[in-house]
Design a protein around this ligand. Structure first.
Ligand SMILES: Cc1cc2nc3c(=O)[nH]c(=O)nc-3n(C[C@H](O)[C@H](O)[C@H](O)COP(=O)(O)OP(=O)(O)OC[C@H]3O[C@@H](n4cnc5c(N)ncnc54)[C@H](O)[C@@H]3O)c2cc1C
Length: 233
């Protein structure tokens, strides 16, 4: 399978189609059931989804074309920092695409953000509503963290190994410009290395020190770690 991905070291979201959608309520229910934790149910995650997004309704005067149905209840006016809006370009082919989908038996809905993906809808994009340029995890969450928190970014660095003391994660071995060093965790190690990769050679992939099974890729490593240590998530 060919799977295109970003070469960015910090924010994989810098390469994607900019479609803002959320998983189905059923998929989150399956997740909650699998781990025995109702926190993963769609209704319980929705407040956090809303909290992350700053939504701007479609600007039909600028965009042109007919009104766009959208789900204002899927957003919180106080949300942010990720900007979500509709492109200001109306695609002239839209009515024909709509007719073709309806003829094929699909139902038009008012969005793809409220736990149901059955049917078709016009999608909101992760875009700055004024400049109409991409808003990414770096330009939104990353910038906000740099400007208003003490969070430190290690640019151009690779996490090589999670360090364990018994079954508790206590730090990370990191490499920057060929130099390897250890970052100690005050509270916990949060793994957010993405489910699909790996640009690195197998011998360079992230390894969990003290765990007996070697790591094939981050996803299986992540699953193994969740079972082994509650301090890793
Ligand atoms: C072509 C494409 C189009 C997509 N379009 C959309 C879309 O329109 N809408 C949508 O919602 N989703 C889309 N997706 C999916 C979306 O991009 C992913 O679901 C999302 O980026 C996953 O976020 P993540 O933080 O889990 O992982 P990632 O975004 O993969 O981030 C993980 C980051 O960790 C870094 N990393 C990995 N290992 C290490 C290490 N050892 N040390 C240091 N850093 C490391 C990686 O380089 C990466 O930057 C698309 C994906 C692709 C590939």
């Amino acid at each position: 399978m060919v799977y295109q991905r970003s070469a960015s070291k910090v924010c994989g979201l810098s390469l994607h189609l900019m479609v803002l959608f959320r998983g189905t309520a059923g998929s989150y229910q399956a997740w909650a059931d699998a781990v025995g934790d109702s926190a993963y149910e769609f209704e319980n995650l929705l407040p956090f989804f809303k909290k992350s997004v700053n939504f701007t309704a479609p600007n039909i005067d600028v965009r042109g074309g007919p009104a766009i149905p959208y789900q204002s209840s899927a957003y919180d006016p106080a949300g942010g920092p990720l900007h979500v809006a509709y492109w200001n370009d109306y695609l002239e082919a839209s009515p024909y695409i709509r007719s073709a989908l309806q003829e094929a038996g699909f139902r038009e809905t008012d969005g793809i953000e409220s736990g149901s993906l059955l049917g078709f809808a016009q999608w909101p994009a992760t875009v700055d509503p004024d400049a109409m340029v991409r808003d990414s995890s770096e330009t939104s969450f990353g910038r906000q963290a740099i400007e208003s928190t003490t969070l430190r970014f290690y640019i151009g660095s690779t996490a090589k190994k999670i360090v364990f003391s018994g079954k508790k994660a206590t730090g990370v071995m990191v490499e920057t410009a060929g130099i390897t060093y250890k970052l100690k965790a005050r509270k916990e190690v949060v793994l957010a290395a993405g489910a699909v990769r790996n640009r690195l050679a197998p011998e360079h992939r992230l390894k969990a020190d003290g765990n007996d099974s070697s790591v094939r890729h981050n996803y299986s490593w992540f699953q193994a770690s969740v079972q082994r240590s509650s301090s890793v998530r």
